[in-house]
Design a protein around this ligand. Structure first.
Ligand code: GTQ
Length: 345
């Protein structure tokens, strides 16, 4: 017996017209497309964006478009598999490289999508989030979670570039994406990364409890890097030297939809990750790493970024025989876990 399902063309035209006029669709011609056998259909392609290609175009954008005409001067890393105009790296992830020139100001706003910034290069910029001024140094991760006011400023003398990672495609798809403009924030004293300096000891709230849902907004790279080196030193047999950026008060992922991690590859290490359902993004902070997936190998240099679809195994290889390499990873696993569709094969 054939398992071929009936096609739309098999149905008489007048019947198809009747259905269409009543906003009805027969399922069987599309059933296999929406529920394919064994593995999902993925529009996400494995794509590599080289920083050396992007930087001159980003600096050119700095000449062509004043900050007042851009608000956020960003070149979006768009996956051709999703259509460039849709500005998606993957179903739920948006990536952009943002340029801020000395003295520029990207005004205060808040929006429903969650964002993080991974600082790529340049000194002297800061992001003010919910009244907290977060200095931006290379490798720092700064959260701007849903609904929090944020603005970017720059007191240094060289261009500053960072990688924006947002869950914009998902929030837009949900018809829940919008922004509100605000006025310049007044900077409040204190910072989460001074209140929460060490794992294992957390602030005791004797008199009053902060009502901040996101107590830690800035994850300094010096601390994350030191944590990875200590983990590797502590357990030389540890295969995957990786940390997850978490909310230190709850232990949950730092944001609700996307997950963020820092991975250290030991000299010469090749790490094969299982096929997992969420798409992933890799951004090289330090060293030289090859990323192999979907029959392709990307030779990442520092500040390069690549993405990979879910349900594919992936190998990361440190090209150096004597230096560790450090990778920032973003993925969709908090979303997949919350929805109950997370899988590792
Ligand atoms: O810096 O606030 O890449 O609102 C896209 C949207 C950056 C930002 C982006 C944004 C921002």
């Amino acid at each position: 017996m054939s398992h071929e399902l009936g096609r739309l063309e098999d149905l008489p035209q007048d019947y198809r017209d009747d259905l269409k006029n009543l906003n009805l669709v027969p399922l069987w011609p599309s059933l296999r497309a929406v529920l394919p056998p064994g593995v999902p259909t993925r529009a996400t392609q494995a794509v590599h964006w080289a920083y050396a290609d992007i930087k001159p175009l980003l600096l050119k954008a700095g000449e062509l478009t004043p900050i007042e005409k851009a608000e956020r001067r960003v070149l979006v890393l768009a996956n051709p598999g999703h259509g460039l105009e849709n500005m998606k790296a993957s179903p739920a992830m948006y990536l952009g490289l943002q340029l801020l020139l000395p003295g520029e100001w990207a005004p205060s706003h808040r929006h429903t999508p969650n964002a993080v910034r991974m600082v790529v290069e340049g000194e002297g910029a800061y992001t003010t989030v919910d009244g907290e001024q977060c200095p931006m140094h290379r490798g720092d991760l700064i959260l701007t979670p849903t609904g929090l006011w944020h603005e970017h400023g720059h007191d240094g003398s060289e261009p500053v570039v960072w990688l924006d990672v947002l869950d914009l495609p998902l929030v837009y798809y949900m018809e829940a994406s919008y922004h509100v403009n605000g006025s310049r924030q007044s900077v409040q004293p204190g910072s989460g990364d001074r209140a929460w300096t060490r794992a294992g000891v957390v602030p005791t709230h004797v008199f009053s409890r902060s009502d901040k849902r996101y107590p830690l907004l800035r994850y300094a790279w010096v601390d994350t890097r030191a944590a990875l080196l200590a983990m590797a030193d502590n357990d030389p047999a540890l295969e995957c030297v990786q940390v997850t950026y978490v909310n230190p008060e709850t232990g949950d992922d730092a944001e609700n939809i996307l997950g963020f991690y820092a991975l250290m590859l030991k000299p010469g290490q090749a790490l094969t990750l299982p096929a997992r359902s969420p798409s992933q993004v890799f951004h090289l902070i330090e060293g030289g790493v090859d990323v192999s997936t979907c029959g392709k190998t990307f030779e990442l240099l520092e500040a390069d970024t690549c993405c990979a679809p879910g349900y594919e195994p992936l190998t990361l290889t440190n090209r150096s025989a004597d230096q560790a390499a450090f990778v920032f990873i973003a993925d969709e696993s908090p979303l997949h876990r919350k929805l109950g569709v997370y899988e590792a094969r």
